[in-house]
Design a protein around this ligand. Structure first.
Ligand code: G3P
Length: 214
């Protein structure tokens, strides 16, 4: 399973990248707003650090406006993947982008039918938001299971990009299901590395190292 980092903070990307954990990056308007920096400036900087797909989202919601933004993002860097919302205009923009050779990530997916439509539109990635489904007392991971099965049944090339990941269990379950990509906040990446027995074991090794004759 590929690991993308889900953030607008370049410092987090640098740290995760230094550990070899970053196959790609996803951003969205909320994450970039949190960074307090212009969207384009952040994406340019990310493209200098990571040689992989970098999702940059359109900020408009009509087909014509989305296509203007999509073409601008596409021209910025070959690694930029245009993120489009799962609404009818977004699907139309996805189809046009696909026809023009622009890679897309269709976002805000909450149902198998939406995922099917994104695949038919030729999306490179579909982003189901599992944490937000969990927030509504649904099981987000069941959606991942259904989409992976549907795509396999028909051989769709669209990759399932598990998004709105909130904890290590989400990552493990996504990998067990066979999702192509998990986009993970930096804080959760750090949680993935953590185990109390590792800390206890290392403390003992460090103590015992002092007893080794030199
Ligand atoms: O990748 C989508 C993600 O940024 C949304 O996460 O935690 O706001 O639902 P969250």
């Amino acid at each position: 399973m590929k690991f993308f980092i889900d953030t607008g903070e370049v410092s987090e990307i640098r740290q995760a990248h230094a550990m070899g954990l970053v196959d790609g990056v996803t951003t969205n308007p909320s994450l970039i707003a949190k960074s307090g920096r212009p969207y384009k400036e952040v994406v340019v900087e990310i493209c200098d650090i990571v040689n992989g797909p970098i999702s940059a989202e359109v900020l408009s919601t009509t087909y014509d406006e989305m296509m203007v933004e999509a073409r601008v993002w596409h021209k910025l860097h070959p690694n930029v993947v245009v993120k489009l919302p799962l609404i009818p205009d977004g699907l139309r923009a996805t189809r046009t982008c696909t026809n023009e050779g622009i890679r897309t990530n269709v976002t805000l997916c909450f149902s198998p039918t939406q995922a099917l439509l994104a695949a038919k539109a030729g999306a490179s990635y579909i982003s189901p938001f599992i944490g937000r489904l969990d927030d509504c007392s649904e099981t987000g991971m069941e959606l991942i299971d259904k989409i992976v099965r549907i795509y396999k049944n028909y051989g769709y090339a669209t990759e399932v990009l598990v998004a709105s990941v909130r904890n290590p269990t989400h990552v493990v379950d996504a990998a067990l299901i066979g999702a192509h990509v998990c986009t993970i906040p930096y804080s959760v990446m750090l949680q993935l590395a953590k185990h109390p027995l590792t800390d206890v074991g290392l403390k003992k090794f460090v103590e015992d190292a002092q007893k080794i004759p030199r």
